[in-house]
Design a protein around this ligand. Sequence first.
Ligand code: FCB
Length: 455
Amino acid sequence: MNALFPDGFRWGAATAAYQIEGAAAEDGRTPSIWDTFSRTSGTVRNGDTGDIAADHYHRVREDVALMKELGLTDYRFSLSWSRVQPTGRGPVNQKGLDFYRGLADELLDAGIRPVATLYHWDLPQELEDAGGWPERETAERFAEYAGLAAEALGDRIATWTTLNEPWCTAFLGYGSGVHAPGRTDDAAALRAAHHLNLGHGLAARALRAAVPASAELSLTLNLHSIRPVSSSPEDADAARRIDAVANRIFLDPVFHGRLPADLVEDTTGITDWAFVRDGDLEVISTPIDSLGINYYTPTVVGAGVSESPSPYPGAPDRVRFEPAPGSRTAMDWPVDADGLHELLVRLRDELPGVPLMITENGAAYDDYADPEGAVHDPERVAYLDAHLGAAHRALADGVDLRGYFLWSLLDNFEWAYGYGKRFGIVHVDFASQRRTPKDSARWYAEVIRRGGLAR
Ligand code: FCB
């Protein structure tokens, strides 16, 4: 019997502005922290930048036609803040907005719902120069930008996502420094996490005031599916610490209007949290319509010591990380679909009444076009099949899961890994910009047509 998904289930694919658009200096766009970071030597493999990327800025028609051919019901993309509002302050850039209007119109013409993320890591450089996310003002600027985007595009966007993976912004950007802006300061990273939460809440209010009642508001988190290596109290405590600084640091303020007490305790040597002002948690817990989850691989932890600088403030001298068993993707990430099921079931119990979307899931493999021009990617098909299978089991277990967005539509600029890691179901030859659907694209189209998995 096939594993079919409910009627109305959203079948999508996801991308992000800096990873695919290119046109970095066109039509009024100003640099973001990723333009600066990728130009700093030693930060991105091979010295790659997003200057051209998959040249999506000039290929919207062709790319939306591909989506239509695949049968996508939804497309998740992000807006480049410095294209819409150069330098992060002041008036909108009409040409930048026109690009997103045009994209949304193409999607709507093709019968595909536009799902827009306001922030997928590309802070305007001027705002970083003024202090970046550790400063409260960045949250206020973000809300202003959200309001401008909502006014201009509100009639076209079905779902608005405020932030993509604020954990990465805060802790990879300001903690371990492997992402832009490349700072290594635990106190700044924790401040950033709070101001990202605040920015989310303020933006949710600005959006709600400007968009039609039918538009949905959401937030996407890369929640960690955490497993302790044993049931010993020491290993359980390691898991609790990571849960606090990776998951509950966002879930508790956003859905319960509180800061996790154990997180505050774990980080006393780093900050006193005095930057959290009266009323902030109320703003942060402004109701939203769904939660987006990005899942790739589980996090296995035990008591011990991990590398420094670490993206987990308050944990490096208490927690060690171990790879999960099993096969690995080209990112060296273990393949473990049960982690997705565990996460969804946990959220069913912790956040009753909050609809869930898987806003990213997928895998990088070393794909290449063979002499006939075909791209065979059986490992990706197996990965996707297993994870959609886990999502299907979660639905059977009563999880209110509304949709699945595969990462990614196109091969693209994979942040610090540059173009070396290919996540697309559509192969991109970056020299010619030729798009070739991989076997996984055909497979996904068939899943969508069938409404689920062949079993
Ligand atoms: C996520 C990011 C996305 C992509 C995937 C592989 O953390 O949101 O942009 O890079 O990982």
